[in-house]
Ligand binder design. Structure first.
Ligand code: GDD
Ligand code: MN
Length: 366
């Protein structure tokens, strides 16, 4: 069999009722062209993969049932990788995207490397969306365009087509996460012009959207990595935020400890030392469950070793912070403001702590 001209990727999660309708309409829209439909299903509890396999008897459908993997973007990338066509297209399974637009989308690839179904240009529209969702989507779209300068009116569209050559060029660069695969493709591929096809975003046929706050946060994170990741990795930003929270914890702990009569009369250095230990522990816990979540320590032994390493590194960090601050004062013959000198010390120590903790406490290379 010769390879199809078009490979249409359909990512699915619990779309068993929508998929048959979609496939039917796609087949009607693409009549007269050679195409394959690649359903990438993440082992849906409603057995969408089974429905898809059933459809394969009547339509050119291939099914990938991914076990133990979740995510729209990564499903699309896996679909692209398995595709045989010259045009690689993507459509949602819930019929919010109009299959009738597909031929024009694909034809757009004759002129541009990428073609995007857009809600925000020409006759395109977001259909029946209410105020809040429309405002959210519009502001997200606006910030994305400002930040990344992508050449499309609808960078978050899940309805698009790209040339096979574009995918092959950027495949090794993709870090698919969250929802915004098109954004990543255009950004990493440095695509300068796209063909746009307006369409109206319809209501979902059956079931409900999987786009929740978790997904939105994930997108914000992905956006940050794309735009600022090379200079300021998100992990480092998180690490700094945790460090900042530690300052608050230490002040609160000092305050609380001083309320204990015995401690108040005793050497105030003891209260400070205990407060520092509490802040360090709180930082470790937050870093373990948030900053380094992907490589976090689990179980008593791993956590105990982790705390020791963390404390050792932060301890040397404190010495460095102090030395740098003193050094800066000395180098300027004491002219430099003591607070400013301390800030320089803290900045140097923060980078030191981060690099070493990433390397030795959590052994992460990313
Ligand atoms: N394989 C797989 N894995 N598919 C998924 C997953 C997943 O984890 N999550 C969602 N899907 C599939 C759905 O089954 C559907 O076919 C498609 O991806 C879109 O998911 P929806 O849950 O319907 O998303 P939406 O309607 O909220 O969002 C749509 O509009 C956004 C713009 O507002 C999508 O087209 C987004 O890509 C788009 O950014
Ligand atoms: Mn949808």
């Amino acid at each position: 069999m010769t390879d199809p001209a078009i490979s249409l990727i359909v990512p699915t999660f619990n779309e068993s009722r929508n998929l048959p309708v979609l496939v039917e309409r796609v087949a009607a829209a693409l009549q007269g062209r050679t195409f394959e439909i690649i359903v990438v299903d993440d082992d849906s509890p409603d057995r969408t993969w089974e429905v898809a396999e059933g459809l394969a008897a009547r339509f050119p459908v291939r099914v990938f049932r991914r076990i133990g993997k979740r995510g729209l973007s990564s499903a699309v990338v896996d679909g692209f990788a398995a595709a045989k066509g010259e045009a690689l297209a993507v459509i949602d399974a819930d019929l919010q995207h109009d299959p009738a637009v597909l031929p024009r989308l694909v034809d757009g690839l004759a002129r541009c490397e990428a073609a995007v179904g857009t809600r925000y240009a020409g006759s395109g529209s977001t259909g029946e969306w209410g105020g809040a969702r429309l405002a959210l989507s519009r502001s997200a779209t606006w910030s994305v365009r400002r930040l990344l300068g992508v050449p499309t009116s609808d960078p978050m569209s899940g309805f698009f087509a790209i040339r096979r050559s574009l995918f092959q060029r950027i495949a090794p660069l993709l870090q698919p996460r969250g929802y915004k695969i098109l954004l990543e493709v255009l950004h990493r591929g440095r695509v300068s012009e796209v063909h746009e096809e307006p369409y109206t975003f319809a209501g979902r046929l059956h079931g409900e959207s999987k786009l929740g706050t978790g997904v939105l946060l994930d997108c914000a994170a992905a956006l940050w990595e794309l735009r600022f990741g090379a200079i300021l990795p998100l992990r480092f930003v998180k690490y700094c935020l945790v460090g900042l929270s530690g300052v608050g914890v230490q002040l609160l702990a000092t305050h609380a400890l001083r309320a204990i009569p015995d401690l108040r009369t005793a050497d105030s250095r003891l209260a400070t030392a205990i407060a520092i230990a509490i802040a360090m522990l709180s930082n470790y816990i937050l870093d373990n469950v948030w900053t380094f979540r992907d490589v976090r320590h689990r179980g008593g032994r791993a956590v105990a070793i982790g705390i020791l390493r963390f404390a050792a590194i932060c301890g040397t960090g404190a010495v460095i912070s102090w030395s740098v601050a003193q050094g800066a004062r000395l180098a300027t013959d004491g002219v430099m403001n003591i607070y400013f000198a301390s800030l320089i010390g803290i900045a140097v120590a923060t980078v030191w702590n981060y690099v070493l903790n990433r390397q030795f406490t959590w052994r992460s290379n990313g």
